[in-house]
Write a protein that binds this ligand. Structure first.
Ligand code: NAD
Ligand code: UD1
Length: 342
């Protein structure tokens, strides 16, 4: 019998790549998504890649009654991977209540149903944003959690606290919180990837849309940071590598190999890349020029961050394997497919 995993937000960017890896590893998957930031086209992509169309239920996790019905109808549910959340940092500043309501209540509703129906474990999508600008680099899981720069970042911190308090209160629960660094790229088939909504805020979609001629120029936010070339440094992690980590985490929990009821892991490559290095690498691997200009720093940006991946490598048994070259090429192939560029 295949084990059944609930993937919330499974039609979204990271969720859809994780569903592919789960199916490849022999799991049954059921997705809940309200399609607020995705479409069912990702289900077509998943089916083309794996030959299997995952079960899909379209509803909002804020609808507790509907979620309870779902849990009652799936007694064989083995574990949960919870991606569903609102994730745009800028929007969260303008609409804080929407972000607190969606990100906190969807987790609270899930944990409620897990306790009532005695379903556990859960893997939670956290973010390196909770570390702010760390004093020591690379950043380990023990680094202090700094006051959040945005309501979005705050929801990730509060969700980790909700998980910790719920796990202390209810013996049935156990969880892994995965702290992603900067996820980029797309599936090598270019059948699934990140869907653009309006003008992108994140660097790589901005780079690919500029290369495709959809946007006139990339603005590089700052060249006066205390870094070798003056531009800011991040740890860019391939989305398929990230997806594989979720399968590893869920296996660890199901097998009871977790050393504590709530574990935290940094998911990055362990290597920092500057904005200028990333643009140069993109140009080299694709042969396409990216029109760019240096402008002032972006408000709220930190100077540099990259992960200490020792715990993820040694305890979780996961490592990022894709190079930045391959990952940027996959992002470009996805952009070309979206824009029908040959
Ligand atoms: P995404 O927007 O592509 O996917 C999230 C999915 O959740 C979407 O399909 C959306 O429709 C769905 N959703 C949102 N609220 C819902 C609700 N109330 N009920 C049902 N479905 C709902 O985002 P992503 O990039 O795949 O991110 C997945 C998770 O990882 C999020 O929790 C995000 O905060 C976290 N994360 C993402 C990044 C990143 O750079 N992409 C970095 C760190 C952490
Ligand atoms: C942002 C979020 C973070 C979230 C992460 C992944 C902020 C402050 N932080 O991180 O919470 O977890 O996305 O979704 O928004 N850059 C440019 N030009 C651009 C776009 C970006 O130079 O047009 C630079 C930025 O200044 C930064 C780097 O590229 O130095 C990466 O930016 P981005 O992709 O937006 O991610 P983060 O800011 O690291």
């Amino acid at each position: 019998m295949k084990e059944l995993i609930l993937v919330t937000g499974g039609t979204g960017y990271i969720g859809s790549h994780t569903v592919v890896e789960l199916i490849k590893e022999g799991f049954d998957v059921v997705i809940i998504d309200n399609l607020s930031n995705s479409t069912t086209e990702s289900l077509d992509g998943i089916e083309q890649i794996t030959g299997i169309r995952p079960d899909f239920e379209q509803f909002d996790l804020l609808d507790l009654q509907r979620l309870e019905q779902f849990f009652a109808s799936r007694p064989s549910l083995k574990a949960i991977i919870h991606f569903a959340a609102s994730k745009a940092v800028g929007e969260s500043v303008e609409k804080p209540l929407l972000y607190y309501r969606n990100n906190l209540n969807s987790l609270i509703n899930l944990l409620h149903c897990m306790v009532v129906h005695e379903v556990s474990p859960i893997v939670f999508s956290s973010s390196c944003t909770i570390y702010g600008q760390p004093r020591e680099l690379p950043v380990t899981e023990q680094a202090p959690i700094l006051p959040a720069e945005s309501p979005y970042g705050n929801t990730k911190q509060i969700c980790e606290e909700i998980l910790a308090d719920s796990i202390s209160a209810f013996n049935v629960l156990k969880a892994i919180s995965l702290r992603y660094f900067n996820p980029i790229g797309a599936h090598p088939s270019a059948l699934i990837g990140e869907l653009p909504r309006g003008v992108p805020n994140n660097l790589v979609p901005y780079v690919t849309q500029t290369a495709a001629g959809v946007l006139p120029e990339l603005k590089i936010y700052g060249n006066d940071y205390d870094t070798p070339d003056g531009s800011a440094i991040r740890d860019y992690i391939n989305v398929v590598d990230l997806a594989r980590a979720h399968v590893t985490a869920i296996r660890r929990l199901i097998a009871g190999k977790n050393s504590e009821p709530l574990e935290y892991f940094n998911l990055g490559t362990g290597k920092g890349t500057s904005v200028l290095e990333l643009v140069q690498t993109f140009e080299q691997v694709t042969g396409v020029k990216v029109n760019h200009r240096i402008v002032g720093r972006r408000a709220g940006d930190i100077e540099k961050v990259w992960a200490d991946t020792t715990k993820a490598n040694e305890t979780l048994g996961w490592k990022a394997i894709h190079s930045l070259d391959e990952t940027l090429l996959s992002a470009w192939n996805w952009e070309k497919r979206l824009r029908d560029i040959k």
